[in-house]
Design a binder for this molecule. Structure first.
Ligand SMILES: [Fe+2]
Length: 389
C-alpha cells in the first residue's frame, strides 16, 4: 500500500491527449487492483503495450506436492539444495505451498528473463547478494535484507550485481501483499505506532527505457506459464503515476516493538496477504522485567502453519536443534512448538538478541514440494524429546 508517486513525464490530466515529439500519441496503460476499485497506476508507453506477435507454453518442472501427513514439524536446509548456474526467476526451487501462497528459494548468478506474475503479488526477501530489478516502472536496487514487493502483473527482470550469488526467499501470493491494515490511518497513512513508515519504502525514481523488437516475456498466469513475444520492448514507459508500483523495504528499517515482558508475535508483522502474513524478527533489546523470560512460550498457533526462515544471527530458542543460517522451519497447526530443551534457562537475563528471521504464517496447511523434501533434516521433529537419534 505505497503512497502516491509520480515519475517521468505526465500530462496534467488523466486520459487526455499526451503527444510525443513526433506528434503521435503516447499509449496509455491503466494497471488497477481489485477490479479498479483499489490502487492503480497510469503508465505512458511509447508503443502499444498490447502488441504481441507470439505466445507459447513455457514447460515447467512437475511440482507434485506432499501433504504434511503424518503431521510433523519440519526443518529444511536451503544450504543443501542442489544449485548450479541459475537465474532468480526460473531458478526458483519451490519448497512449500498451498492454494494461497508458494514459498521458494533461489540461488542465482545470472539475469532472469523478462517476467511477470499475473496470479498475484510477489515478495522477495534478499538473504545475500544484490541485484538491480528492472521494471516497467523503473529500476529498483535490491540489497541484502530487502523485501522487494512486486505487484501483480509488473513486468520485470532480475539482474544480480553482487560479488557472490544472489540468494532469495520468494513468497508468491494469490492476491495482493501490503502493510497490515492496522498500521494505517483510515486514509492510508502509516500511523506513529507502526514499526515502519512511508520513508522506509523505496520505489523507482526515474523511467527505465529500453529498445528492441520481438521481446519475450515469461508470464505466470492462472492457467500455467506462457511466453509472450512483444513487438516492442515493454520497457518503453516515459512516465507514470499512482499508488501501485514495486518498492523495496529493508528489514533493518523495521523498528522492533519491545516491552518489560514478552511481546506477542503480531508486533513483528510486516506485511499481510490473502490468508497469510509475513513477519520480521530483527535484532533487538529483549524483555526487561527483572523476572522476564525473554524467549517465547511453548505455543500453539491454532489457526496457522508457521514458516520461519533464519536469515542471520543466532536464534537462541532454537540452539541444539540443528537450525542454522538459511534454515527454514515449518511448525504446523496441530503441533505445539517452542524453545529447545534448556533454552529458557539459558536465555534468562539476556539483554539483547541478534536474530534475524522472516516468518510466513499461513492460514491453510502447507504441503511440501520435492525440493523441500530433498533438503529436509529428518531428525528435527525429535529434537525436543531427544529420542530417535
Ligand atoms: Fe512459533
Amino acid at each position: 500500500m505505497p503512497y502516491y508517486r509520480q515519475v517521468g513525464e505526465l500530462p496534467p490530466k488523466r486520459h487526455t491527449q499526451f503527444r510525443k515529439p513526433d506528434g503521435g500519441l503516447f499509449a496509455e496503460e491503466l494497471m488497477g487492483a481489485d477490479g479498479f476499485s483499489a490502487e492503480s497506476a497510469l503508465l505512458y508507453h511509447e508503443h502499444l503495450p498490447t502488441a504481441i506477435v507470439d505466445s507459447r507454453i513455457w514447460e515447467e518442472p512437475a511440482e507434485a506436492l506432499t501433504a504434511n501427513h503424518p503431521l510433523l514439524p519440519r526443518h529444511l536446509r536451503t544450504s543443501k539444495l542442489d544449485t548450479g548456474s541459475a537465474d532468480p526467476v526460473t531458478g526458483r526451487q519451490l519448497l512449500l505451498a498451498n492454494d494461497d501462497v508458494r514459498i521458494s528459494y533461489a540461488v542465482a548468478d545470472r539475469p532472469s528473463p523478462l517476467y511477470r506474475n499475473a496470479v498475484g503479488d510477489e515478495c522477495v526477501y534478499v538473504e545475500s547478494g544484490g541485484a538491480t530489478v528492472e521494471t516497467v516502472f523503473g529500476a529498483l536496487t535490491a540489497r541484502q535484507g530487502d523485501y522487494v514487493l512486486l505487484p501483480t502483473s509488473t513486468t520485470h527482470r532480475w539482474v544480480p550485481t553482487g560479488e557472490g550469488p544472489l540468494r532469495t526467499l520468494v513468497v508468491q501470493a494469490g492476491g495482493h501483499i501490503g502493510a497490515p491494515r492496522r498500521y494505517l490511518s483510515p486514509r492510508g497513512q502509516f500511523l506513529e505506532s507502526a514499526p515502519y513508515c512511508e520513508r522506509d519504502l523505496h520505489g523507482p525514481g526515474e523511467p527505465l527505457l529500453a529498445s528492441g523488437s520481438d521481446v519475450e516475456v515469461v508470464v505466470r498466469h492462472r492457467a500455467g506459464t506462457s511466453v509472450l513475444t512483444y513487438a516492442d520492448h515493454p520497457f518503453d514507459v516515459v512516465g507514470w503515476d499512482g499508488c501501485l508500483y514495486p518498492y523495496t523495504f529493508n528489514v533493518a528499517d523495521f523498528e522492533p516493538i519491545t516491552g518489560r515482558v514478552h511481546q506477542p508475535p503480531p508486533v513483528h508483522q510486516t506485511f499481510e496477504g490473502p490468508r497469510f502474513v509475513i513477519c520480521s524478527f530483527v535484532p533487538r533489546k529483549v524483555d526487561y522485567h527483572p523476572l522476564a523470560v525473554p524467549i517465547p512460550y511453548n505455543h500453539a498457533n491454532v489457526d496457522s502453519d508457521e514458516v520461519l526462515f533464519y536469515a542471520a544471527g543466532d536464534y537462541e530458542a532454537r540452539r541444539g536443534s540443528g537450525i542454522e543460517q538459511g534454515s527454514i522451519s515449518l511448525h504446523p497447526s496441530g503441533f505445539t512448538h517452542g524453545p529447545q530443551p534448556g533454552a529458557v534457562e539459558r536465555a534468562l537475563g539476556a539483554e539483547r538478541f541478534d536474530e534475524l528471521a522472516v516468518m510466513v504464517d499461513t492460514f491453510r496447511p502447507l504441503s511440501l514440494a520435492p525440493a523441500g523434501l530433498a533438503c529436509e533434516d529428518p531428525g528435527y521433529a525429535w529434537t525436543w524429546s531427544g529420542r530417535r537419534g
